[in-house]
Design a protein around this ligand. Structure first.
Ligand code: M6R
Length: 357
């Protein structure tokens, strides 16, 4: 039930701090250490490469999951769009483990990959919000998102849950391999939950940003580097699916290889700068588009913000920055859709779960 909320999407955005706390709790043992099912840990240990298969927002979460597994646990990962993988399978490693990320557990494109992979006899894991869903039942193992039912077509809390559960899984796996992490995941996820709360408490500011940049525009660009690039893809998808504004997410450095031709006077460019090592490069990309007339909106992380940045995210561990950077993008999309009189929870042409291939 959406209670006093005007839309499920807004309610689900507001639930995100609680979802993060629930995940920390659900994956902790009595000693307060993070843990996952030992059979899943064994499957990870057996694998020489992970293949993440997903669609839409879940695919964007998978891209961040790849960073976690490769950088924290040291295992190679490929991330594939399910609708492509089914018909155009890459060469596989000797011992692949397939990880299906799906909020609903019912996405037909992902399921058809699962069916083919099972025929080949490879091990499978589904990361889903819905226990008992088709992909959960048909895979060897399941990891639950604990996000509670997600009703709005635009996925918000499930994305945050997917990224958090992938971090938990990668870190538990890394530790089981004797790798020492230089940060405490439980503590850092707790900091993230507070940061997300602080952002959802600044709705008026984000509503103003939406009004200023997006109430009449035809198009919008999102840019970022490293994990911010992946969050840019998610920000663009969120905006286009509910506000019908043509939006694209780009790697900051890629814009100049063609797309910059689309920048006109007043084109909104939303730039994410959460990663210290590449923050100056992103700012350089912003200068390039501003020189062509763009209206820039820099979203930076506390600690390396600069004057003129439009929104400053509370400081969190850089690995976990996607969990906070996505929140203003969700809220900006929500308000942009509202200002343009769109049906926020049920956008045209879309269903909550896509059960046709
Ligand atoms: O249920 P799934 O996670 O498998 O769904 C995948 C996509 O259909 C879904 O993420 C879609 O992109 C959302 N509407 C995005 O907000």
């Amino acid at each position: 039930e959406k209670g006093t909320y005007p839309h499920y999407m807004l309610k689900e955005i507001d639930e995100q701090p609680a979802v993060l706390r629930k995940i920390i709790q659900a994956y902790q043992n009595e000693q307060g250490e993070l843990t996952i099912d030992s059979a899943i840990l064994d499957a990870l240990k057996e694998a020489d490469r992970l293949y993440i298969i997903a669609a839409g927002t879940s695919y964007h979460a998978g891209l961040i999951g790849k960073e976690y597994f490769e950088k924290i646990a040291g295992i190679p990962v490929e991330v594939h769009i399910s609708s492509e993988f089914g018909y155009n399978m890459p060469l596989l490693s000797k011992k692949p483990l397939f990880i299906f990320i799906t909020q609903s557990g019912e996405t037909a494109d992902s399921r058809q990959v699962l069916v083919k992979i099972k025929e080949k006899g490879y091990p499978t894991l589904t990361v889903t919000n819905v226990p008992g869903s088709t992909l959960s039942r048909e895979a060897d193992h399941t990891l639950l998102l604990h996000a509670g039912p997600e009703i709005a077509v635009a996925s918000t809390k499930a994305y945050v849950a997917q990224v958090a559960v992938l971090m938990v899984t990668a870190s538990v796996f890394a530790k089981s391999q004797g790798k020492e992490l230089d940060f405490d995941v439980v503590k850092e996820l707790g900091i993230v939950a507070n940061a997300v709360q602080a952002i959802v408490d600044t709705k008026e500011e984000l509503e103003e940003i939406a009004a200023e940049y997006l109430s009449t525009t035809r198009n919008a660009f999102f840019i970022g580097r490293n994990v911010d690039f992946y969050v840019s893809l998610e920000g663009a998808l969120k905006l286009k699916e509910i506000s019908y504004i043509q939006a694209e997410g780009f790697a900051g450095g890629e814009l100049k290889h063609g797309t910059i031709a689309l920048i006109e006077d007043g084109t909104p460019v939303i730039a994410l700068a959460t990663q210290k090592a590449v923050s100056l490069n992103v700012r350089g990309n912003v200068k390039e588009v501003v020189a062509r007339g763009a209206n820039p909106c820099i979203i930076a992380m506390e600690g390396h913000e600069e004057e003129g940045d439009r929104f400053v995210l509370p400081k969190v561990h850089e690995f976990l920055a996607p969990l906070v950077a996505v929140i203003p993008l969700q809220l900006i999309s929500y308000y942009a859709a509202l200002h343009r009189d769109c049906d926020v929870d049920k956008p045209r042409n879309l269903a909550k779960s896509v059960t046709v291939e």
